[in-house]
Design a protein around this ligand. Structure first.
Ligand SMILES: Nc1nc2c(ncn2[C@@H]2O[C@H](COP(=O)(O)OP(=O)(O)O)[C@@H](O)[C@H]2O)c(=O)[nH]1
Ligand SMILES: [Mg+2]
Ligand SMILES: [Zn+2]
Length: 302
């Protein structure tokens, strides 16, 4: 979009590359990165949003509007929702044998991705460790569900990951210690430099570690790092959406005795039968039930 004049200010289209509370860094079409505030204390923008900014000079601006999103990833806990990343096409969920990872957290991340229409890739990092064989076995059900799994030794090379990111906007998620920073640093030797740019633009280095940031891998590929996010709370999903976000449940949905079955304790539940028969893993059903029970408890409270 060409720049047009708004009085003495100019309007620019741009991309949000960092989100810090109610401040956003916007990479504008004129090549400048502007530190932007919002109108009316709005904070419902996210890294990856395409926005229009009224610029005040080369460094500052105000976000005026946001283009419709292809996808939006957000997390929610009992109290609030938080936008994480917009217009993302791929989730890279990183797990590793040491420290041990939690399959329930992985289930949460995958459900959030499915609900947002984002294709997940599971990365088993630290494949050099002997314990990786056990981790791989525990991930076998996810392969059966159709999720791609990539084994990686990020400490040595991330070349196997690059083709998976080509042409995508990816978001990197995973528990602490799995190797996300190692992966990002290997993908982006210049990431440290980009971090410094952001610090310079904000006049501080303080905020640069705990918020979402978008990095360009090449002209067509970006990666969003979300250091503050270990898992995506899925309190925003009602039980129907939640069940549908468990891809292995899908063939069984609509087969329960009761039309409005929540797959908790109801008799004639097709998911309970499938878990019994081994068509789905009992652990996945338990994982779903834990999240569904949390959502229902929350609904009752409000
Ligand atoms: N053995 C092994 N260790 C790794 C590998 N990748 C990362 N690590 C180590 O795992 C630890 C955590 O990595 P880090 O990237 O900080 O994880 P993050 O918390 O997910 O960002 C560090 O000590 C890394 O050196 C790998 O491929 N193999
Ligand atoms: Mg890290
Ligand atoms: Zn059911």
């Amino acid at each position: 979009m060409p720049a047009c004049r708004l009085g003495s200010e100019s309007a620019e289209s741009g991309l949000i590359t960092a989100a810090y509370g109610r401040r956003f860094l916007v990479e504008c079409a004129d090549g400048r990165v502007r530190d932007c505030s919002t109108r009316g204390k709005r904070n419902d923008y996210a890294c990856g949003d395409r926005v229009t900014v009224s610029c005040s000079g080369d460094d500052q601006g105000v976000i005026e509007s946001c283009a419709p999103r292809d996808s939006l990833l957000y997390r929610s806990d009992e109290w609030k929702q938080k936008l994480i990343a917009a217009n993302v096409s791929r989730m890279v969920a990183v797990v590793a044998p040491l420290p041990s990872f939690d399959l329930d957290v992985l289930d949460c991340c995958l459900a959030a991705a499915e609900h947002a229409g984002i294709r997940p890739l599971i990365v088993l990092n630290k494949a050099d460790l002997p314990e990786a064989a056990i981790s791989e076995r525990s991930l076998a059900p996810y392969l059966a569900m159709g999720y791609p799994l990539l084994k990686l030794v990020a400490r040595d090379s991330v070349d196997a990951l690059r083709p998976q990111l080509a042409g995508q906007r990816s978001v990197l998620v995973g528990e602490s210690g799995m190797g996300k920073s190692t992966i990002l640093n290997a993908l982006l030797p210049q990431a440290a430099a980009q971090t410094q740019d952001i610090s310079a633009a904000l006049g501080t280095g303080r905020h640069t570690t705990s918020h979402a940031r978008l990095y360009h891998l090449d002209a067509h590929s970006d990666i969003i790092d979300t250091p503050g996010v270990q898992a995506f709370g899925v309190h925003h999903l009602g039980v129907d959406d939640l069940a549908a976000a468990f891809v292995d449940f899908r063939p069984h949905l609509g087969q329960c005795r009761f039309r409005n079955c929540r797959h908790l304790e109801e008799p004639g539940c097709a998911l309970a039968a499938a878990a019994e028969a081994g068509t789905i893993t009992p652990r996945r059903l338990a994982s779903y039930r834990r999240l569904a029970a949390e959502n229902l408890a929350r609904q009752k409270k409000y």
